[in-house]
Design a protein around this ligand. Structure first.
Ligand SMILES: [Zn+2]
Ligand SMILES: [Zn+2]
Length: 237
């Protein structure tokens, strides 16, 4: 049993690590064409970002591997495969529930990590990227990585989700994690500066967090930042 749990954890770590290298690599490559020279002089920082990110991949992979094993062996989770198990309207709702729950957890743990003593211990690694690059998406100290790694494994035990919608949540998590650190805005101006954009977090919003530190703590939505008065708008290009 221990061997199969271990195997599942190693497999998940490999998947998370490869997903990081491929996705960050693709956006770093796009940056070369879209914003030539943006990462000039950052090669030693990028090496550190990749190192921390691969270490984080193991921290993400282990709980994910254990939960995936428990799901396959004992049906631990509320992940379902039968499209008819819940009404169709629940599919988009489940995605929103996962994103909102993750965003809420992220906002409050992120604020906690900006208390100076916790910042030095757990969050300084992430802010050592100045400015962050597409490779910084998982550049976390192990304590910060652990706070992120337990979210989805915990949620799948509680909130029913179709396996394909879980795939969508993980894709959004990966893409937004990278694009928010990429150093340039990939979303069109009409969206970023719209009423909808007022509630959504993209690179222009998170870039300002990396510039000013004490604001813009959210992950996907600006809901908590607006509610708690920590939203300082968008970074000027
Ligand atoms: Zn960041
Ligand atoms: Zn921060």
């Amino acid at each position: 049993m221990l061997a199969t749990i271990g195997l599942s954890a190693v497999a998940m770590t490999t998947i998370v690590g490869l997903r990081y290298l491929l996705a960050s690599g693709a956006f770093a490559w796009a940056t070369k064409y879209k914003r030539p020279g943006l990462y000039r002089g950052l090669s030693s920082q990028i090496k550190r970002e990749i190192g921390w990110s691969l270490f984080s991949a193991a921290i993400y992979g282990i709980p994910a591997g254990i939960i995936a094993w428990g799901w396959q062996q004992y049906g631990w989770t509320r992940i379902y495969e039968d499209w008819a198990a819940y009404p169709l309207w629940y599919l988009p709702l489940s995605v929103l529930l996962y994103l909102f729950a993750h965003d809420t957890w992220f906002y409050w743990t992120h604020r906690w990590m900006h208390i100076p003593r916790w910042f030095r211990l757990a969050h300084a690694v992430h802010h050592a990227s100045r400015p962050p690059t597409a490779w910084a998406a998982m550049s976390f100290h192990p304590i910060e990585a652990l706070t992120g790694a337990i979210v989805i494994p915990f949620l799948v035990l509680l909130i029913p989700i179709h396996v394909s919608m879980l795939g969508l949540v993980l894709t959004i998590m990966t893409v937004m994690g990278i694009t928010n650190h990429m150093g340039w805005e990939i979303f069109p101006r009409w969206l970023v500066h719209s009423h909808l954009g007022h509630w959504l977090i993209t690179a222009s919003h998170h870039q300002r967090h990396h510039e000013r530190y004490q604001c813009n703590y959210g992950l996907y939505f600006r809901f908590w930042d607006h509610l708690c008065g920590t939203d300082r708008g968008l970074s000027e290009p």
